[in-house]
Ligand binder design. Structure first.
Ligand code: FAD
Length: 511
């Protein structure tokens, strides 16, 4: 990586604020398309939530654990290939899908929608026909959401409603509402929706179309980038630099400059002005509009809606290393550990500052080089609000203890086998990423804030576009990557430049 501390030029075709996966994917695409591109990243390395940290011999991802569609022929691999850097990031297929350990029962799930459905049917035979109908519905919604054109006029909307009646029937539904429609047994409802922490909201709040889409995409198979998610970020940087683009690290954009009603560049932390034909923000959406741009440059209605939107939950993350042979102990790459069968009780725990929405990930199963031989990394994600009404620092020790105790039941002897332990709170996530309140997933995935209702790529300020998990299509590293590609395509169109010619059936991606 040949990153510099100061931009080489005073003006670029495109300046990207933030070097998360979304910003890097936009930048690499635009550089490859021949534009002059600068990425400004406040952190010490690229990747945002993908930017790894090391402690002694251990390398940890700060947040992410699974990546869908890493197979040859998938859009992410096609992108890296097109950028000429496919050899920089090897996606390791995960051996199995998640294991879920509830109080009193557990479930091990395979990849493949059919296999996944049948595991549930075998565990809950009385509900088999409803289970098959439910998962078939999830598949249909996923397919229809994928086929829905990104922008619909009035006529287009009428056609779409006629073509996709099921999608429109469930467009405003929460996952909890649909679970109640299909299952009368709380155990079945809990088992079917145990992966909700991947999307940050309990079934009562979680958009059902988003749940269906993510479930289906994940069931096609999940991957882990060998060496950690940093290798995905580094591959995108390599693609950017190979095409002549620049990344500046450790520099903060403090303003997006507005002249004659248009974004014309940015101002860095030391006052240095960098001009740009287009500015792309990968940063927190609220900070982008209210701090970097300034409300006075935006329509009042837009700012009002922005202020009404809610960010997703943050997380407490327990980073551990252990000498326990976790493979022999039955670990899957992901192990969900609900302490209650009722996910809404878990959500109440989370809001009260207690562990909940927990899942452990063991990245060394897929990528052993992250720890010395004979050791595994075990990282537990637990959803958490930013503000629990008391200082997180005073809570961390007790919180960590409860998390470890919960996994001691799954891996007896875990605590005695630990060789490293550190806990990050929502404050640390906010510092690391500058996402408001340490939000893990951008806007909360409620029906009113997903799909076409998420902040659009094209902002109301001409010359300013968004990329990443605050904009469409939504949450997660894959969607941040896809979002960046879409933003690059839009930036080309807005500048009257030829379209990006990446030949793949999913590109340009649907918003
Ligand atoms: C605990 C946790 C677990 C997760 N697990 C998964 C998972 O397993 N799989 C998955 O796909 N997703 C997962 N996610 C979600 C995923 O990490 C995010 O949705 C995705 O990484 C967002 O990428 P992004 O590019 O939009 O933004 P970010 O990664 O947030 O990057 C934004 C970047 O902008 C920079 N920045 C902000 N403001 C400025 C400024 N003014 N000047 C310069 N730079 C600035 C930040 O430093 C940061 O690098 C998880 C998230 C968390 C927190």
């Amino acid at each position: 990586m040949t990153t510099v501390a100061t931009p080489r030029l005073s003006a670029y075709d495109v300046v990207v604020v933030g070097g998360g996966i979304g910003g890097l994917s936009t930048a690499a695409c635009l550089a490859k398309a021949g534009r002059t591109v600068l990425v400004v990243e406040q952190g010490s390395g690229p990747g945002g939530y993908a930017h790894a940290f090391t402690r002694g011999p251990y390398t940890f991802d700060p947040a992410m654990s699974v990546f869908p569609q890493g197979h040859p022929g998938g859009l992410p691999v096609a992108l890296l290939d097109w950028l000429g850097v496919a050899d920089r990031c090897r996606f390791v297929p995960l051996e199995s899908n998640y294991r879920a350990v509830f109080p009193g029962f557990e479930l091990e799930t395979p990849f493949g929608l059919e296999e996944f459905t049948e595991v549930h049917c075998a565990r809950f035979p009385r509900h088999a026909s409803r289970l098959r109908e439910f998962f078939a519905l999830c598949k249909t919604l996923h397919k229809q959401a994928h086929e829905l054109p990104p922008r619909l006029g009035l006529r287009g909307l009428e056609d779409a409603v006629a073509r996709f009646p099921l999608l429109f029937r469930y467009l405003k539904a929460t996952t909890g509402e649909v679970l109640a429609e299909y299952f009368d047994d709380p155990l079945v409802r809990a088992a079917v929706s145990v992966s909700w922490p991947y999307l940050g909201s309990p079934p009562s709040r979680l958009d059902f179309v988003t749940f269906s889409t993510v479930l289906n995409v994940y069931l096609e198979g999940c991957f882990y980038p060998d060496g950690g998610f940093q290798s995905l970020a580094d591959a995108l940087v390599a693609g950017l630099e190979k095409a002549g683009g620049e990344l500046v690290l450790g520099r903060t954009a403090r303003r997006i400059r507005v002249e004659r009603g248009r974004a014309t560049g940015i101002e860095l932390d030391d006052g240095l002005v960098v001009e740009a034909g287009t500015v792309v923000s990968n940063a927190d959406a609220t900070a982008t509009f209210t701090e970097l741009v300034g409300e006075e440059h935006l329509p009042a209605g837009f700012v009002k809606r922005l202020r009404r939107m809610t960010p997703s939950l943050s997380a407490v993350i327990v980073f551990a290393a252990t000498t326990m042979d976790l493979r022999a102990a039955g670990a899957a790459h992901e192990v969900f550990r609900p302490l209650h069968v009722d996910h809404e009780r878990t959500y109440a725990d989370i809001l009260a500052g207690r562990p909940g929405g927990m899942y452990a990930t063991v990245p060394t199963l897929a990528s052993p080089s992250l720890a010395p031989e004979g050791e595994h990394l075990l990282v537990v994600h637990s959803l958490a609000p930013y503000d629990i009404g008391r200082p997180w620092a005073a809570e961390t020790e007790g919180y960590t203890d409860t998390v470890l105790k919960s996994f001691e039941d799954v891996f007896p002897g875990l605590r005695d086998s630990l060789t490293f332990l550190e806990t990050a709170t929502p404050r640390a996530l906010e510092r690391h990423s500058r996402n408001r309140a340490g939000a893990a997933y951008g806007w909360e995935n409620t029906p009113g804030q997903t799909g076409g209702k998420r902040s659009p790529h094209v902002s109301p300020l001409p010359g300013l576009l968004l990329a990443g998990h605050w904009t469409q299509p939504g949450t997660g590293s894959l969607r941040a990557l896809v979002s960046g590609m879409h933003t690059a395509q839009l930036a080309q169109r807005e500048a009257g430049q030829p379209p990006i010619e990446l030949d793949h059936p999913d590109f340009p991606p649907a918003a």
